[in-house]
Design a binder for this molecule. Sequence first.
Ligand SMILES: Cc1cc2nc3c(=O)[nH]c(=O)nc-3n(C[C@H](O)[C@H](O)[C@H](O)COP(=O)(O)OP(=O)(O)OC[C@H]3O[C@@H](n4cnc5c(N)ncnc54)[C@H](O)[C@@H]3O)c2cc1C
Length: 349
Amino acid sequence: MTRDFIIVGQGIAGSVLALSLLKAGYSVLVIDEPSLSSCSRVAAGIWNPIVFKRLTRSWLATELVPELTAFYKDASGLFGVELIRERAIIKPFTEQQEKNLWTRKAESDRVFLDPELYHGLKLSAKDTLDDYARVMQAGNLDVKLFLEKTRDYLAQKDSYLCERFNYRDLQYDGEKAFYKHVHPKHVVFCEGHLLSKNPFFDFIPMKPAKGEVLTIRCEGLLLEHDILNKGIFIMPSGNHTYKVGATYDWEDLSDTPTEAAKEMLIRKLKAVISVPFDVIAHEAGVRPAVIDRRPLVGRHPSYDNHHLFNGFGTKAVMLAPFFARQFVEHFKDGKPLHPEVDPRRFYKE
Ligand SMILES: Cc1cc2nc3c(=O)[nH]c(=O)nc-3n(C[C@H](O)[C@H](O)[C@H](O)COP(=O)(O)OP(=O)(O)OC[C@H]3O[C@@H](n4cnc5c(N)ncnc54)[C@H](O)[C@@H]3O)c2cc1C
């Protein structure tokens, strides 16, 4: 069996890349063992174009937001389901200084910062947000649905294999690569934080960060559409359920949820709402972040047909569609990739 690309991993990165390559007319085989890592499956799927600390645009936000909405709307059409929900992110103020900063920044950024300052958002019968503003052009991807639909679509096209990719089975016959019975022209590694186990890319300095998230049921919470960000995010997910997250841990890199993280999220949630809620799910995953906080997109320093599409850290939903297009255009038309994402930036001979 010949394929233009073997893609290792079907998280957000591998899924977005596979769909982009198929659309451009390439043949792919995605090899994924979902039980190895759960990062994409626990993600809330939020995209947020603003860095709250200084109210600046996040890296490449102007280009990324239109690209991601077009990509996921296209995928929604392909699968016949709604994959994204565009909604604002509510940013409460605690000090006058924060309001002044917002007003000043909103004068020069009418795209993402709503200049209006709002008052009195009823969160529950007992809780009201006094002052707040709204980030526009934000929203979320239903990541679990996206992964499930992509996997079904790939399987229908005979382009999906559920198994662990064994690096030792990637062999060469002269210039040509083969993996068991498959002859790929290229192999793209999208293994998330498990890139640290990839012997071909052992020079990449990963800085993975574990994250935990709760799903709660809360009849009394009145937030129905927008996402609230107040130390934690609270995202309505339908039927009185909400995603609440997330934590960061750079030491424990297991996929196991911890009591300590659960308690911390509950404590932060109780600082926002005083009505009762039940925790109905508690999940953990490890974000594939790189030491310089830039993605990894491009080829190996010496194996021309080994590539990375990884390192999307906390923002895979936002970054993956833009860089998948760049990756495809690089192959099709020889266009250069963004200079900051080349994995060879870390390679020292
Ligand atoms: C709690 C939490 C909340 C988050 N919230 C958001 C958010 O709101 N918005 C956002 O954009 N991002 C969010 N993130 C970050 C986001 O989840 C990651 O950026 C994204 O999931 C990374 O996707 P990936 O495809 O690179 O890796 P992964 O999701 O880890 O996918 C890699 C896949 O490769 C498979 N694999 C690995 N090695 C092999 C092998 N040898 N053989 C076969 N298969 C293999 C794994 O099992 C997995 O299925 C969050 C993360 C966490 C932990």
